[in-house]
Design a protein around this ligand. Structure first.
Ligand SMILES: *Cc1c(COP(=O)(O)O)cnc(C)c1O
Length: 360
């Protein structure tokens, strides 16, 4: 068996320890005589799995009691509709457009009411986070929406926008559990888990209880009401049971690593290795304004498309895979999520140095 260093933006690298444990439990989960894939989501043994996953997530993120944790399906993209359907009481919401995912959410919301673009960084290919300290947010906006870490462009909010008292809704798909957060500053924090937590198919929504109401937009399907899932403890229908089980294992792994403060420190160390190299290199350079750089997704270019392609190809042959930038932006992107070991980043940088020397 040989494992590569996988820099994919998602689905992405998972902790090897978690994969080994899951493999060991594949045929017989703790004496149940079956795989977690085969068991009823209403069984006692599965109830233990989902309850433990929620409890561990609550502990890791220090989630206040007046927030619900929902394990849903439909990808982060389904939330682009679910959020306005459930929250747009005044049929108006403010969107800050810092990349493709925020833009898609903004466009989707237009199906349900007035989505107001209050700031954008599209003028410079989303390479920065706009100043959000004093935005013109409509008085009657139901919420302010952000994508906190922009997976494709590699930017991250270092301070949250001043919402002027409005509810903050954040897509944290690609920075989920990468550092501590103050949950109480948000109305909703949500993300697809396939970036930094687990396998594709699970979306975690952390939502303040007062936002969970019967009062959704007319025609909202039962399955798209937060209340449906909150009332049923994420077991209204069959949840993505196996995926939740793997997420639970990752939460356990994160606790063993020392929790989110320790992860933040490790993530900063890892990102620094790569950014320091990019800042000193004559061949490679980062594409993002320094103060807005993401700890998770690091886009970079050589400035020469042929050289970029050569780099990606040779890197892959050397065991550094999925470094090609998003199809819409080109260049390279290294996603260095929680489960990417520091050695992976060190070895990537060593490879980049060698490539630079060989291709002067
Ligand atoms: C990947 C990603 C999405 C889309 O996730 P799906 O689960 O494929 O719908 C949305 N937002 C962000 C920030 C992402 O990184």
């Amino acid at each position: 068996m040989s494992r590569v260093y996988n820099f994919s933006a998602g689905p992405a690298v998972l902790p090897e320890e978690v994969l080994r444990e899951a493999a060991e439990e594949m045929l017989d989960y703790k004496g149940s005589g079956m795989s977690v894939m085969e068991m009823s989501h209403r069984s006692k043994v599965y109830d233990g799995i989902i309850k433990a996953a929620e409890a561990d997530l609550r502990e890791l993120m220090d989630i206040p009691d007046n927030y619900k944790v929902l394990f849903l399906q439909g990808g982060a993209s389904q939330q682009f509709a679910m959020i306005p359907m459930n929250l747009m009481k005044n049929k108006k919401a403010a969107y800050i457009v810092t990349g493709q995912w925020a833009k898609k959410a903004y466009q989707e919301a237009q199906n349900y009411g007035e989505a107001v673009k209050v700031a954008s960084s599209e003028d410079e290919t989303f390479s920065y986070i706009p100043d959000c300290s004093d935005l013109d947010i409509p008085e009657d906006a139901d919420y302010v929406y952000i994508c906190e870490n922009n997976t494709i462009y590699g930017t991250k909010y270092k301070t949250l926008p001043n919402t002027k008292g409005h509810t903050l809704v954040a897509d944290v798909s690609s920075c989920f559990l990468s550092e501590p957060v103050d949950v109480s500053k948000y109305g909703i924090i949500y993300g697809g888990v396939q970036k930094n937590i687990g396998p594709a198919g699970v979306v975690i929504v952390i939502i303040r209880e007062d936002l969970i109401t019967e009062d959704t937009l007319p025609g909202t399907p039962t399955m798209l009401k937060y209340k449906t899932h909150a009332d049923a403890g994420s077991l209204y229908n069959t949840p993505p049971a196996y995926g939740i089980y793997i997420c639970g294992k990752v939460f356990q792994w994160l606790k063993k690593q020392g929790g989110l403060a320790a992860m933040k420190q490790r993530n900063e160390e890892k990102a620094k290795i790569l950014y320091d190299f990019l800042d000193g290199s004559k061949m490679f350079r980062g594409t993002v304004r320094k103060e807005d750089r993401s700890l998770m997704n690091v886009p970079f270019i050589t400035g020469d498309q042929d050289l970029d392609a050569k780099f990606v190809k040779e890197a892959e042959a050397a065991g550094f895979v999925n470094l090609k930038g998003h199809r819409t932006v080109g260049g390279m992107r290294a996603s260095i999520y929680n489960a990417m070991p520091k050695e992976g980043v060190e070895q990537l940088v060593a490879f980049m140095k060698k490539f630079e020397a060989e291709n002067q």
